[in-house]
Ligand binder design. Structure first.
Ligand code: GLA
Length: 403
């Protein structure tokens, strides 16, 4: 006969296993960084169902869906200002009169996935109902509507602990049973890279982006400022292990915020460099422009298959800054199969002839062929330095390939 203590221990172990089995996130949903489009950067609260449907139609016609941008995410202000009599979230009656289920169906029928925004606090950042105390009810409603992606914000949270709040919503999503990518948006305040790999599939690392190169507004920053911030978040910087890159990988990504590519505060060169750097960072690629009006030049950036292949590289290793000097930065990213990506950034305000000398890159063994991704040409081998004239705040994005 078993000793009663053995039986008790087995029971406790069984209960613990059962608890772990229910408290987990959906695995395998974001093995590469999620790609899609989000309403916020261009439209803020001016959203409605015709805009979402027109955007989806445009993304089919202009090749964005087929390039990988499948998550269409409604950010803040999609809901009614009040919950219904049963406490359920409901669609804003004027903006989304057909309701969320119908909109989700429209997107699914066209090969997209449906993303929505929520907030851990009592209210969202724009003052709409938050999920505080309604987590399980809201997760069930999202699942019922066919939601595939939840961005979950952090306004009006009083003294709540982010770990508790995001764990609670993760468990609610898991209990609702529909696989949903969980996007944590607490702006890096509690260092989510240290605790969120088992909670969400991506986590914001900083405050909000805006469409400039390096401006700083009260809460919003240009992409270069965010790039530097994300780089410096964790000390010490020891070669390949610098910044917070080591915390990212398949299923759990650092999120330096959505793209401003194509928005009016950026030159075309700045948009191209912003996109290139987000690919080096293994960042989620959430377009934030009006895709119904995107120019061919902007679409060429967003849909470039060679740049996207760097972002979506299956090894899932985030890149890092190899050199930073006045007027020039060099970033590198290890790719699957022994390839490397290199970005040569002109941080100066004038066009400049810049070089990369690969003989300094001790971590790359053997010679590689160089592919210049934006110029669409082969550019010799790593036996010679690469040199080109680069526009102000522009970039050369290279793929170093095995011969
Ligand atoms: C916060 C988020 C933004 C956006 C707004 C919406 O600022 O960081 O990305 O979702 O809220 O109100």
């Amino acid at each position: 006969m078993k000793h009663p203590l053995t039986t008790l221990l087995a029971l406790v172990a069984g209960l613990a296993a059962a608890a772990t089995a229910t408290a987990q996130k959906f695995e395998g949903l974001a093995l590469t960084p999620p790609m899609g489009w989000n309403t916020w950067n261009t439209f803020a609260s001016n959203i409605h169902e015709e805009l979402i449907m027109a955007t989806a139609d445009a993304m089919v016609a202009n090749g964005m869906r087929d390039a990988g941008y499948v998550y269409i995410v409604l950010d803040d202000t999609w809901s009614a200002l009040e919950r219904d009599a049963d406490g359920n979230l409901q669609a804003h009656p004027e903006k989304f009169p057909s309701g969320m289920k119908a909109l989700g169906d429209y997107l699914h029928e066209r090969g997209f996935k449906f993303g929505i925004y929520g907030c851990a606090g009592r209210k969202t950042c724009a003052g709409y109902p938050g999920s505080w105390g309604h987590e399980f009810q809201d997760a069930r409603k999202f699942a019922e509507w066919g939601v595939d992606y939840l961005k979950y914000d952090w306004c009006h949270t009083d003294t709540a602990d982010p770990r508790d709040a995001y764990l609670r919503m993760r468990d609610a999503l898991y209990a609702a049973g529909r696989p949903i990518v969980f996007s944590i948006c607490e702006w890096g305040q509690s260092r989510p890279w240290e605790w969120a790999a088992d909670v969400g599939h991506l986590w914001r690392t900083t405050g909000d982006i805006t469409d400039c190169y390096d401006c700083v507004q009260r809460w919003e920053r240009g992409w270069k400022v965010i790039l530097d911030l994300q780089y410096s978040l964790v000390q010490p910087h020891d070669g390949q292990n610098n910044g917070i890159g080591r915390y990212a990988g398949p299923g759990h990504w650092n999120d330096p915020d959505m793209l401003e590519v194509g928005n009016e505060g950026l030159t075309l060169a700045e948009s191209r460099a912003h996109f290139s750097m987000w690919c080096i960072l293994a960042a989620p690629l959430m377009a934030g422009n009006d895709v119904t009006k995107a120019t061919p030049e902007v679409l060429a950036i967003l849909t470039d298959p060679e740049a996207i292949a760097i972002d979506q590289d299956p090894l899932g290793k985030q890149g890092w800054r190899f050199r930073a000097e006045t007027g020039r930065e060099i970033w590198v990213r290890e790719l699957a199969g022994g390839d490397w990506a290199v970005a040569l950034l002109n941080t100066g305000d004038e066009p400049a002839r810049l070089s990369v000398d690969f003989s300094h890159m001790w971590f790359i063994e053997g010679e590689r062929r160089i592919r210049d991704i934006w110029k669409k040409r082969d550019a010799g081998t790593t036996a010679q330095p690469f040199t080109d004239v680069i526009e102000p705040h522009g970039v050369a994005l290279l793929r170093l390939m095995r011969p």
